[in-house]
Design a binder for this molecule. Sequence first.
Ligand code: MG
Length: 279
Amino acid sequence: MKLITFLHENVEKVGVLAADETAVAPLPFPDMNTLIESGNLSAAQAAESVPLSEVTLLAPIPHPRQDVICLGINYRSHAAEAEQYSDAFKKERPIPIYFSKRVTEAVAPGGFIESHPGLVERLDYEAELAVIIGKKARNVPAEEAERYIFGYTVLNDVSARVLQTSHKQWYFGKGLDGFTPMGPCITTADEIAFPPRLAITCRVNGELRQDSTTDLLLTGIPEIIAELSSGMTLLPGTIIATGTPAGVGMGFDPPRFLKSGDSVECRIEGIGTLQNTVR
Ligand code: MG
């Protein structure tokens, strides 16, 4: 099922999207974190459906309880063709880069990416598949990781490239207000074959910039969960952004960064399209 967080008559609610995505059936949980934590979604009685036209969509987890855990440089976009050409190009899997993305409030589908004039230069987009952890995970072997996943969403890991690279760590350049658009929904794990092999794209003002599939991760989802949980307890509602494929603004020559008024659409098959506008 597809789960959303929304405002209806000024009250925040969570619910299940109808199959045709024109209505939502509210569920009896105050927010998505509580829903995930309950571990008992199938027993929840949905209320009468509300037309989607009468609600305002929010990010599926508007207020993550902890920072988003992100992976840097985690697609084999460029490596794949070289490996196909010759085994000589095959490399050992690299050590994953983990970093933290502060999210005071996730940006809703249709909401604004903040451009922070005077602070931010070289504003960039990164379409990513985000994994939502469903139950407390500690010392989870890779072969059991799937059972700890609640679902998946689309996340735009908005990045201020000058801040990101001029400070030793990426925290400031990745964690500004308005830098984490998320949504439009969480698709529950039972609806997506594991590991997910889904088309992922990003368009800027309609122009295709990123175009890949989510099975091309250098460090796969089972390995990520196994490694992190070997020393770090992952709580229900934890969000792991799995990295972005080729085609971000800094990857072009000359680079093509975002400017005020640009429309950014990140899309993942089976989840949906996350559209945001740069303010
Ligand atoms: Mg990223």
